[in-house]
Structure formats: structure tokens, C-alpha cells
Design a protein around this ligand. Structure first.
Ligand code: FAD
Ligand code: FAD
Length: 465
């Protein structure tokens, strides 16, 4: 095969890489993207999209199952519901398929050349790709590393058989009778909750003392309360030790030394994600690292000139929209535009029941930064729309500077709050003050009125409380 020369080579077509390539193509940059699996990366194929599809299906099923108990205060009753998970998966796959074709179409429209295969650096500007039809060498002026992340494996509980990662959990065609989830982070809880709603007996095992340890305790409380209502058993301070000899149970050790065996048909290990830094010749280019991640500056430049890195391979927060924003910025920089990372917030959402949103600084983080702050929250139980949606759990919280009321953070927990996160981000990014929110009309009746009330309450004069 003839060697390819281009201005920009992007390695990996996840939400970081494909967005970078599309924007670069739009800017007239001669761009090649190499992808070993499928365009869309983890997020589209085995992450964000399939998990949210499954969560939605599980919620729909749980709603009907609740109505079938005949105890709905809404006065609705239905006959026994059924669930054909293989059909659900087929529906989920069709969404993934549609979006995947969409990404390929967008790359084509932006005149980006896609090379299918595994890329490996020969030197800082030359990459070799093993494709189905042979070896392809690509030389580029600029290279963007967007190789993403993989599920972390526990040495005491390697993947295989009944020990699965989120990827296999998102492809199950039968609801396991007994599912044990190792790790109460967002992936474990999102999927654990979904399977519980679909009828599995779910046990979550978490080594630390509480669920969602990356989120502050106030935000996670409504989720911790809801899990037992959904029939999920949560064991905190409990470390997974390994498969029991019979292969159908997990052995765990509690912090007090007690050893327990939990029967399980499937064990979902969701103990974090690790950057993909092996197998593509990182050693050949010897980049500065930041722990396990590639070190980058505020323009996503690595320690080697002309070499950029974006997305999960560059560290926290390992989220699709951060990867995409970095990708877009890098394309602009390569096109010669003056850009640097100056985002005020990267919102993070946990699609549990109820959902959690964190945007900007939490009260503790604001305090730790040395700024004097004012903070308060407004509960959904005082919001009319929440009542009509049977969604009274949770609240919206504001964190602002005490002196000039500049918003530093907005967080919340509640059903459907993911969609409110846009307002949180816009307010923070535009430098809104509590008074700006208080001076805005929020449509009635909506959950978003909680944003107005949270600002008013932080100012000391809520109307509906
Ligand atoms: P990836 O999406 O991992 O893409 C990297 C791509 O590079 C892959 O396609 C891979 O095949 C390819 N690649 C790697 N090395 C090579 C090579 N040498 N040659 C060629 N190709 C290569 N994030 C959110 O923001 N919201 C969510 O709701 C959310 N839910 C998630 C749920 C689950 C179950 C999981 C697992 C993740 C979830 N995430 C979510 C995280 C999100 O998927 C990642 O943050 C995001 O995909 C990172 O994008 P990326 O472009 O950095 O890497
Ligand atoms: P009202 O809510 O009508 O209240 C007037 C009150 O004054 C009444 O309690 C009445 O008994 C009392 N009152 C009247 N005269 C006297 C008196 N002389 N002395 C003492 N008390 C008196 N708006 C939205 O923004 N979103 C919606 O989704 C929406 N849906 C609606 C659906 C319907 C079916 C209707 C009818 C209205 C809807 N509205 C909606 C409109 C909304 O209800 C009204 O705009 C809003 O209630 C007006 O508030 P108000 O306080 O001016 O009047």
C-alpha cells in the first residue's frame, strides 16, 4: 500500500477523536483518522448511549411493573408486564447502529479519510496501521492521540465467564437472577439499578464506606435511600476477594474482617477505567506522563512538538463531552486559531435513580479554594411539577461567592435533572450571579423553577418555602 501523508492524523474515533477530525475537516485541514473498532468509540458503542438506552428500557419496565401491583396512586392498573431482554438489546443496538452510521457520514461529509485498523507509532510523526488488507504507513505534520480508556480488571477477579465488564453487561440477553456489582461508582450503580428494575436481585459491593464516593454525601443521599426501595442490597466497606470455588458466588471481606459469600449468576466488575496507553508504541515516543495518563497542557499539547492528546487517555474527568470539547479545540489550534482550555465547568451526570448533576465547585471544593461562599438548596418536594411527576426526592443547590454572589457551582439530585444540567453549565460559563438567576423567568410548572428557587433561597428569600 502507498504511504499516506496528511496534515493531521487522529488516532481513535471516539467522541474525542471523531469530533476533532470532523472539525479539522470543516476547517479545511487534510485529516486522516484511524480506528481499530467502530467509529463512536466507547461512548457510542459500549458506554454512554447503550447504557442510557438500557436505563430507559428498565425504567419503562419498572413503571409498568409498579402499575401491575395495583397500588398506583394514579389509579392506573395493568396486567402482568413482560420483558424480552434480547428484543431490548436489539432496539439498543439499532440506536447504536444509527448513530455509528451518522458519525461515519459526518466524517465523510467533512472529507476525513478513515483508516480501519490498529495504529502504532514508528516515530513521533509516523504511524503504522495494521489493516485488513495490509500494512499502511501514515505520516502527519500533527498527530492527536485519542485512544480512550478500558475497564479496569481486578487481578483477584479477572474478566471471563460469569465475571463481566460493563461491555458484556450491556449485551446480556437475559436478566440474571442474581447480579453482584463490584464497585458503587457511577457505571456500577447506573447498570446495577437498571438490572434491579428489570427484576434481577442486585447486590452492590463497595470497598469504601459509602456509594458514589466521588460525589459529596449530601448529593448521594437520595440515591442511597432509593436503592433499597428498588430491592438493591448495598454492602459498603466490603472488598471483593475473588470467585468462590464453586464459581457461582463472590467472596468478599468486610472492613471488620468478616468474610462473606454472595451467590451470583453474573458478577459485574465496575471499579473504574484505565487509559489505553499500551500496544500503540508509547514507548517509541517517550512522552511525559501524569501518573497513568498522558500529560497535556492547556492546549492539549504533549511533551513532544506537534503531538496532542485528548479524552480519557489524558485523565479525569473521563467524560465524553470533555473529550469532544478538547477535540474541537485542538482542531482549531491546528488550523491556526488562538484557543486554550478556559472552561469554567465540565458537568458530570450520574444517571442513577434519581439522577445527580455536578457542575462547577461543590461547597467543600469552594471552601478548600479559600473563597468565602454562600450556599443553599431548594428541595423538589416544594416544586409543583415534581409532585405531578411523582418525583419529589432531591434538590438543587447553589454555591456562590459570598461577596459578589458570582456562581461557582450548581449541583442537584432528582428525577430528570440531567436535562437541567444545561442551565447549570450556561449560568456558570456565562458568569451569572445569584441575582441573574433570580431575575430570570422560569416557565411554570417545570422542575427548572427549582433553579430559580435555589437562587432565591441562597439569597435568603425563597417564595415557595
Ligand atoms: P473512547 O471513546 O474510548 O475512544 C477511543 C477509540 O480509540 C476507541 O474506539 C478505540 O477502538 C480506538 N483506539 C484506541 N487505540 C487505538 C489504536 N492504537 N489504533 C486505532 N484505534 C485505537 N461519559 C459521559 O460523558 N456520559 C455518560 O453517560 C457515560 N456513560 C458511560 C457508560 C459506560 C458503561 C462507560 C464504559 C463509559 C461511559 N462514559 C460516559 C465515558 C465515555 O464513554 C468516555 O469518557 C468517552 O468515550 C471517552 O472518549 P475518548 O474519545 O477519549 O475515547
Ligand atoms: P389565579 O390562579 O386564578 O388565582 C386567583 C385567586 O384569587 C383564586 O384563588 C381566586 O379564588 C382568588 N380570588 C379571586 N377574586 C378574589 C377576591 N375578590 N378575593 C379573594 N380572593 C379572590 N400557567 C402556566 O404558567 N403553566 C401552565 O401549565 C398552566 N396551565 C394551566 C391550565 C389550566 C387548565 C388553567 C385554567 C390555567 C393554566 N395556567 C398555566 C395559567 C395559570 O394557572 C394562571 O396564569 C395563574 O394561576 C394565574 O395566577 P393568579 O394568581 O393571577 O390567578
Amino acid at each position: 500500500m502507498r504511504d499516506i501523508s496528511c496534515k493531521l492524523l487522529v488516532i481513535g474515533a471516539g467522541p474525542g477523536g471523531y469530533v476533532c477530525a470532523i472539525r479539522a475537516g470543516q476547517l479545511g485541514i487534510d485529516t486522516v483518522v484511524v480506528e481499530a473498532k467502530r467509529p463512536g468509540g466507547t461512548c457510542l458503542n459500549i458506554g454512554c448511549i447503550p447504557s442510557k438506552a438500557l436505563i430507559h428500557a428498565a425504567e419503562e419496565f419498572a413503571k409498568v411493573a409498579r402499575l401491575a401491583t395495583g397500588e398506583s396512586p394514579l389509579g392506573i392498573s395493568v396486567a402482568r408486564p413482560g420483558l424480552d431482554l434480547s428484543k431490548t438489546m436489539h432496539w439498543k443496538d439499532s440506536i447504536v447502529g444509527r448513530l455509528g452510521s451518522g458519525v461515519s457520514g459526518l466524517l465523510k461529509k467533512a472529507r476525513v479519510k478513515v483508516v480501519e485498523g490498529w495504529a502504532r507509532f514508528l516515530d513521533g510523526k509516523t504511524v503504522e496501521v495494521v489493516t485488513e488488507i495490509g500494512r499502511q504507513v501514515i505520516r502527519a505534520e500533527h498527530v492527536v492521540i485519542a485512544t480512550g480508556s478500558d475497564a479496569v480488571e481486578l487481578s483477584s477477579l479477572p474478566f471471563g465467564g460469569n465475571v463481566i465488564s460493563s461491555t458484556e453487561a450491556l449485551a446480556l440477553t437475559e436478566v440474571p437472577e442474581r447480579l453482584v456489582v463490584v464497585g458503587a461508582g457511577y457505571i456500577g450503580l447506573e447498570l446495577g439499578t437498571a438490572f434491579a428494575k428489570m427484576g434481577a436481585a442486585v447486590t452492590v459491593v463497595e470497598a469504601l464506606s459509602r456509594i458514589l464516593p466521588q460525589y459529596d454525601a449530601e448529593l448521594t443521599r437520595p440515591v442511597a435511600k432509593r436503592l433499597p426501595e428498588l430491592g438493591v442490597t448495598v454492602l459498603t466497606g466490603a472488598g471483593a476477594r475473588g470467585l468462590a470455588r464453586t464459581g457461582d458466588a463472590l467472596s468478599i471481606e468486610k472492613s471488620d474482617g468478616q468474610v462473606l459469600t454472595i451467590p451470583a449468576d453474573k458478577i459485574l466488575v465496575a471499579v473504574g477505567r484505565k487509559p489505553v496507553t499500551e500496544g500503540w508504541g508509547l514507548e517509541a515516543i517517550d512522552l511525559d506522563m501524569d501518573g497513568r495518563f498522558i500529560r497535556i497542557d492547556d492546549r492539549c499539547r504533549t511533551s513532544m512538538r506537534g503531538l496532542y492528546a485528548i479524552g480519557d487517555v489524558t485523565g479525569e474527568q473521563m467524560l465524553a463531552h470533555r473529550a469532544s470539547a478538547q477535540g474541537e479545540m485542538v482542531a482549531e489550534i491546528i488550523a491556526g486559531n488562538k484557543r486554550a482550555w478556559d472552561k469554567v465547568c465540565i458537568p458530570a451526570i450520574c444517571f442513577t435513580d434519581p439522577e445527580i448533576v455536578v457542575a462547577g465547585l461543590t461547597p467543600e471544593e469552594a471552601k478548600a479554594s479559600g473563597v468565602e461562599t454562600t450556599t443553599d438548596n431548594f428541595p423538589f418536594r416544594a416544586n409543583g411539577r415534581a409532585m405531578t411527576l411523582e418525583a419529589e426526592a432531591g434538590f438543587i443547590r447553589m454555591v456562590a461567592r459570598a461577596d459578589n454572589h458570582l456562581l461557582l457551582g450548581i449541583q442537584g439530585v432528582g428525577a430528570g435533572i440531567a436535562e437541567l444540567s444545561a442551565t447549570f453549565s450556561v449560568a456558570l460559563e456565562m458568569g451569572a450571579r445569584l441575582e441573574d438567576i433570580a431575575a430570570t423567568i422560569f416557565a411554570h410548572p417545570t422542575l427548572s423553577e427549582g433553579i430559580l428557587e435555589a437562587a432565591l433561597k441562597t439569597l435568603g428569600h425563597p417564595i415557595h418555602l
